[in-house]
Write a protein that binds this ligand. Sequence first.
Ligand code: PHE
Length: 355
Amino acid sequence: MTLNEHISELTVKVEQMQASTKEELEGLRLKYLSKKGEITELFNEFRSVPKEQKAELGQALNRLRQTAETRINEMRESLSQASAAVQAKEDLTRTPDPIALGTRHPLSLVREEIIDIFSRIGFTVADGPEVEDDRHVFGLLNFAPEHPARDMQDTFFVEKETGEQKPTDILLRTHTSSVQTRVMTDFAKKLQNGEQGAIRVLCPGRVYRNEAISARAHCFFHQVEGLYVDKNVSFADLRQALLYFAKEMFGEDTRIRLRPSYFPFTEPSAEMDISCNICGGKGCAFCKNTGWVEILGCGMVDPNVLEACGIDSKVYSGYAFGMGVERIANLKYRVKDLRLFSENDVRFLNQFQSC
Ligand code: PHE
């Protein structure tokens, strides 16, 4: 093999050198660059090269040595970086890596706040199924069979696998008032057993309505509804509780306004507005220059509902209210698009209070 061929062969080898430990690296250094190393040997051979070839081969040899040295230095650098990383991990006194904390979902934050505010005036939480029967969602709530009021809430019905053509009476609840009917029928049983007492519950949960998904509507959303049943409950009690809630939730300066409305299960019924918390009631784009924004529906429990649930409406009266959690969250956090609440995009979720 000529010196030139030798140089080419070694150049390839040197470029492909790999070492995974310091010992291996030292081995490579000795193999090529020590006094008896293969590259050094070539320098010895170089002495006997004819004069006219000296310039060219000398340059090639120098380049080879340079390549070997650079490659060895590179490997030394990366090995020592790796070992520094290992040592840092072994150092038990080192500052720990930051732990990525999750954040609470804005709807959970708002739901908890609503529950917290009402729990301070004696309300507790009641739970119920999302897949319900017609009786608890509509029947006991004074929606007459085939009554057009059922169309107020576009219902998802659940098909039963019976093969029968009869319309199903199993559905996804359209409001958490269904939990209230369960609470009221349980309460009626207690009264029958001679027990005394009152109902003061909040019913938070997810509800479903057959709506096209857009920035302003979704096929599911969250509600917190409230129910208070006792002797001598009046509309003034309802107004007072809601005023307290509005001030706790949106600030001491918040004012409320009750507008007459209609729900089959309350009489009288009202819709509640609060003074716009964005412009303070002066009028802005958010409140469409009215100074008011609607936040919930409410009313006195219709005596028909109390009776249907087995409660004597001559002895007991009550109020109920229901609000959308998304709506309240929207007012608090100014989320323009409802869909963000259910998309689970961490860039959105990270902006809320951490766990
Ligand atoms: N259930 C009603 C709804 O979902 C809200 C409501 C509750 C209204 C209680 C009045 C009283 O629209």
